[in-house]
Structures are given as C-alpha cells and as structure tokens.
Design a protein around this ligand. Structure first.
Ligand SMILES: [Zn+2]
Length: 532
C-alpha cells in the first residue's frame, strides 16, 4: 500500500477539547516529542488568534525537527478583497512555516449563511488564497470544511471546491468531517466519487461525534487518502478528533501502510502519556494500543497461559507500540500470577515460600478492603517486603493534625510529624487547607532536606471510595493516589476508617515506591566502586 503522511493537530484542534490547555513551553516540548515519534506534520495553531500562538511559530524557527514540518493554520480570504490584503492570509506568511494549511467552505449552506457571498465567489476566494500562498513559496494544504455535509447536499459543488484548491496548487486537499456526523459508508462514497478527478492527493480529517473517527480515517486510506489528520489521545472539540494513537498503529500494523512513524512506533505509548501529563489529564486506561488496560489480563485460571503464551491472548505484541502486558491482581489470582509479578526480582516457583506468603498476604489485605489492580506500586512494595528487597524511607513516630475554622475565615489544617528516615530523627510541619495536603506538605518538609528528588514528584490524582456505606460516617474508605515524576506514573492505595490515615498510607507508599524503585538503584549505580 502507498505511503500515508500523518498530520497531528493536537496543538490546534486538540486544544479545542474540554480541559485541554498547554503553555507555550508545553507546546514546544510536545512538538519535539511528536517529531521524535515520526509524525510528518505538526499543526502549531492559528497565528492570528493570540500572541502565544504567534510566539510559538517564532520560537519554532530556531528549533530543529528531524521528521516533522511545522504548519500554521488559517482560513481563506474573506469575500470582496484580494488574498494579499487579507489579515488571515498574511498572518500565515508572517508565521514563516514551510507549510501552511487554510480552511475554506465546501457546503453551500455555509456559503449562504456564513460568508453571504455567491458560490462562484467562494471558489474564487479558495483559488486566490491558495495561489497567493503558493506564490509566497509555501507548501499549501487545503481543508474542505464540512466536506461531507456539502457532498451530501451537492456533490458536484463539493468536487468544484476540491478542484479550485487543486488547480491553484494545493499539494493536498483534506476532506473534513467537521461536525463528526459521517459514518464509514459516507466516507467511502465521497472518496470514490472523487477518484479519477484531476485533483491534488486527498487527505482526511475526522471528528468523533459518531464514535467512528478512527474507522473513518482507515476507510479514507483504503479509498485513496494519503494524508490523515488527528490528535494524540483523540482529544478535540466535543467528542474529539481521530485518535492518532489508534490510527497510526492500525495503518502500520494492520494495513501495511508506509509511514515515517513506522520506524518510531514504540514511542507511541510514552508519547500518549507524556502529552496527557502535560495537559494534566489522567490517561484513559482503556485506550486502544496505549492504555494501561490495553494488554491487561485478569489472572485466575488463564494466568498460566498468559505468562507462557501471552501472544495467544493479544492482537499484537504490546512492545511494538511501547506498551506492556500486565497481569492484574485479584482475589482470584493464582500462584502463577504472583510468580509472574515476581519475575523482575528473581526466579520463584509456585512452591516458593515467598509465593505462599504473598498469596496469603494478598488475600488478607483484600479482605480488609485493599485493592491492588489499580495500585501496582503498593503491590510492588508488598513483594519487596516479602523477598527482603525493601528499604524503608519513612518510619513514623507520630503525626498530629488539627483542623480549625473561625467565623467567616477559610478552614485551615496545621500538622506536624516526627519520623525516622535513613537512621535520622526528623520532624516536619505544615499549614494547608485540607488534611491530605497538610500531611503531604509536612512529609515533604521533613524529608525534603535529605531527599532532593522529592521535588520531582507530584500528585496527579486522588480518589476516595467508601467501602461499607452502611456504617455511615464510621465507614471504611479506600484512597487511591496517582503520582508522577513527569516520566513515570504510579498508583498506590490506603484503607482505613479514618480518611487521613488511609491517605497517609497511600502517600507514604507513593514515596517509598519511588525511593525503592529509582532512588536506591540510581544511588548504587553512581557510587564509586570499592576495591580493585
Ligand atoms: Zn477539526
């Protein structure tokens, strides 16, 4: 099959999505991450919309990209004047990107109601704008806004729009499902209708309002598209855009399409999580290919098979997209799950006493309300304790918290704690609004001077669940905490009748996990070897 260019619009269309925001620095680091993952085009934004967008393009001029071209986005000129006099079109020239993309109307209803000009004038606006930018030395792409609605309404006019942009020199004309209402059958009909016309190569831009944006992108490629647009994690306006984290591996692994991304496919999972981290959005665990659950298996009777013949249960090798197989823990977990989990720490068999002990510990903890499927870091600490590879970071002497509120003033919590860490007796204190933040701050106050790595770690999610609501306010709660150091994320759990104590357990586990997994190992690696 032919080559397909992958065009990312996370930094423009993706940012239209609910709760998605990036700073200028974020946008630059994301652009580099996309480049390293082999994306061909990165749409940086709309240079006229605000100063941050314009600054992004200025900064990009001095950045080096290995695979990607930076693209500025704008629209055709308005009716009644020349492209060279139009502020939108001029802003694209001033952005100084090698490639520009302009969007224009394809649906007659929009020409009538939005532009309020004749259908011929619309075609002239498209031709003039593309032509001007081509004369300015740019590689020009043209987005046909609401193409599929226009096509259903008047296929011949839709074709004339594609022709106008092609004849003016657009190198790719992208059929956009701007309101996301099209199904794959509609996509196929449009690409087939245009095939054989004297037009530029076609691309596709799909929104996910019918849940078919990925399917539509694949159908477009099967019917001739050589350029696909989308966003990381499928973020975008309303229900989002085509999710490139699914489109790209589908094209490469399932359809045998040539893409620059094919040489960098293992970047995909880290890229998805990195972009989520930058947006401060919790990654969707159930995302195809890149989600934490994508290659997860509930253990039990299948655990043996999964451990030995995992590929029989999975549609691809998870490593190809940079993901990994996980065997989830649960009360049903057989010994072979535990053996599998212990593998990084050595060769244990189902009969090892360590495995025996872990099985019974796990069962006892689950009866208390602990759940490790979503808290693998806490389970890792359980394993380390049993096999003697655990170094405590925090030995609690005592903590004390007091929440007070006076009249109209905001409530506050003061706290102090005494601990021992690495054989030093230390104390910490803090004042914050709530008890969990106070505990966290006081813990950092105590440990910070001895453990500068703590600065890198922050909490990305905190969730509480009541386990036995029939006990009312005396009920047990389970707290999950997700933490991150910008590269890794990990989850820990705590259970108690007292929400402060449950939070404390999860917080301490979070730091102890990082300390045992990364800090001690790094320390050992950098220590001077002793002796000869
Ligand atoms: Zn869009």
């Amino acid at each position: 099959m032919d080559r397909v260019d992958i065009y990312d619009t996370t930094l423009r269309d993706g940012m239209q999505g609910l709760e998605i925001n990036f700073t200028l620095e974020d946008k630059l680091t994301i652009a580099h991450a996309l480049d390293e993952a082999g994306f061909d085009f990165i749409e940086g934004g709309f240079p006229l919309s605000n100063e941050k967008e314009a600054e992004f393009f200025r900064r990009c001029r001095n950045e080096r990209f290995m695979n990607a071209r930076i693209v500025s986005f704008g629209s055709t000129r308005g009716p009644g004047h020349k492209a060279r006099e139009d502020a939108h079109v001029r802003a694209l020239v001033e952005a100084e990107t090698p490639t520009v993309i302009i969007v224009g109307k394809t649906w007659k209803a929009h020409v009538d109601k939005v532009l309020r000009c004749s259908y011929e004038e619309n075609l002239e606006m498209i031709h003039d704008s593309v032509d001007f930018l081509v004369q300015e030395g740019r590689q020009v792409f043209f987005d046909c806004e609401h193409f599929f609605d226009g096509f259903r309404d008047d296929p011949e006019y839709a074709r004339r729009v594609v022709e106008a942009a092609s004849q003016a020199g657009a190198e790719c004309v992208i059929l956009c499902d701007t309101n996301g209402g099209t199904l794959p059958t509609g996509v196929v009909a449009a690409y087939d209708y245009l095939s054989g016309s004297h037009i530029a190569p076609l691309g596709g831009h799909f929104h996910n309002d019918c849940g078919t944006a990925v399917a539509n992108s694949l159908a477009a490629v099967e019917h001739g598209a050589v350029h696909i647009q989308g966003t990381i994690n499928g973020w975008g306006e309303r229900c989002g855009n085509a999710n490139l984290c699914a489109v790209v591996p589908n094209l490469i692994l399932k359809m045998g399409v040539q893409c620059t991304c094919a040489d960098h496919l293992s970047h995909l999972t880290p890229l998805s999580r990195f972009v989520a981290e930058k947006a401060n959005v919790i990654p969707d665990k159930r995302q195809p290919y890149v989600g934490v659950a994508a290659f997860s298996h509930k253990a039990g009777q299948h655990a043996d098979v999964i451990a030995k013949e995992g590929r029989l249960m999975e549609h691809i090798d998870s490593a190809k997209v940079g993901n990994e197989r996980r065997v989830l823990l649960s009360e049903l977990a057989g010994r072979s799950t535990i053996v599998d989990k212990l593998r990084p720490y050595g060769d244990f068999s189902k009969k090892s006493p360590e495995v025996e002990e872990l099985v019974s510990t796990l069962k006892a903890r689950e009866r208390e309300g602990f759940e490790y499927e979503a808290a693998e870091a806490s389970f890792d600490l359980l394993m380390r304790r049993v096999i003697g590879q655990y170094e405590p970071l925090v030995v609690l002497r005592n903590y004390h918290l007091e929440t007070y509120k006076t009249a109209e003033a905001e409530s506050k919590t003061v706290g102090r704690m005494f601990l021992s860490s690495e054989n030093k007796e230390i104390m910490g204190a803090a004042v914050a609004v709530g008890p969990v933040e106070t505990l966290d701050d006081a813990l950092r106050d105590a440990l910070g001077p001895h453990h500068p790595w703590l600065e890198k770690i922050h909490l990305v999610d905190y969730r509480v669940r009541v386990l036995n609501p029939e006990k009312e306010t005396g009920a047990k709660v389970r707290v999950f905490i997700s933490s991150s150091d910008h590269t890794h994320t990990w989850d820990t759990v705590g259970v108690h009748e007292n929400i402060v104590e449950a939070s404390w357990q999860a917080l301490v586990d979070s730091l102890e996990y990082y300390y045992n997994t990364f800090v001690i190992e790094e320390r050992a690696a950098t220590e001077e070897p002793t002796g000869a």
